[in-house]
Design a protein around this ligand. Sequence first.
Ligand SMILES: [Zn+2]
Length: 436
Amino acid sequence: MGIVKRHHKLTLFACWVLAIHGLEIRAQDCELPDYCDRLCWSPQGSHPAQSNPVSTDPSHIIVHHSGDNLVWPVGTDFKLVVQAYWDQHVNTNGWADIGYNWLIDRNGIIYEGRGDGVRGAHFSCMNQSTTGICLIGNFELEVPSAAALNKLKDLTAWEASDKNIDVLTGSQHTSSQLDLFHLSGHRDGNPSTTPQSCASGTLCPGENLYSLLSSTRIDVGNYQCYNGNPNLLDCADAVSLSCGVMYSGGTSTDTSSVFSYACNNWTETGPERVHIITPTTDGPLKAELSGFAGDLDVYILGSCDPTDCLGSVSSSSAVYEEAEAGKPYLIVVDSDDGSAGPYQLLVTCPTPVGTENSNLGASIELFPNPGYDRVYHRTPADIQLTNIEIINGQGQVLLVADPNGSINVSQLPNGVYIVRFTDQFRRSANLKWVKN
Ligand SMILES: [Zn+2]
């Protein structure tokens, strides 16, 4: 793309964090993405920058739309559109330059407006300590493109890491005296109580873009170049769980690395606790948390990647209906209030009744049935059992027996049970057995 110039940022103010233990160094240094500079969108130089720019050090990034009274047709030359905004801002409004610091079109091309570190004219006369990014379009009428949103995130990640701005939180913006997210929409500036505000209220940046700002913050927070964490989830020490067996998790002293999972757009600020389970039959996998303080949430992941979140989450429980036998799933406990305390976690696997492998089941004899204190099994010579479990009606494993001997059932209360046999081919069979 010859028209787009590459500008390499000098790393003068790159933020380096030196870990206390060891020599690990964390760098927060997202790159400024490619952009179309002023000579790119105005090759004749007929839309000049102001001669006396006022510098500002942004604490807040303000997102806009251009709010045109139309949806730009396919094939629009957005350089001409940027020229038109400059002309309106300078010749109609009487401003020194185009109001925004940056603009982004629907194709994901970034245009230089006033550029980096210059006070703009975009935030209702409260521009000090802001930078203004305008997505070209009217997001009351249309939905922003993925290409434009991705560039908004890239540009935000660069600005935030360069200016040491925490995109996940907010603070009071001095010139508006409003408590604002560090990544806010123009409309967050109204109503302002300050005398310098010249806003009478705005819809900008449009509902369809404004509603994406929370997930944009989280997505930028997950940028490796931003948060400095090369491995979001640590799955190497995942705790192994068994279906139907309650696990008691202890307090964690780890730090939070993952800020969101793809199943929802909640912000997670607690340390992640990773568990692993492999169901032996196809069907719904359900994870439930109990016995905790604070606000823990649980997620089911198909891999060690927060974007590979499966099924539905309702805070302290998660369900994935289409779990596959023999495939490992990660069960992640995280919190949206920083909680790191103890918890209990119960994962239930597909109900075993009716899902047995008929071939294996037909070749196992289980006797006596009904029985009382000891039960025996017999299998053909080519089948080697590797595991025997006794499961109650709630799917909980009550007893794991020696696959090569008889089963002592004297401690079990009277009732109906499933005896699950697993063989050397990882096939399983569930036989109904009654104690009386
Ligand atoms: Zn605006």
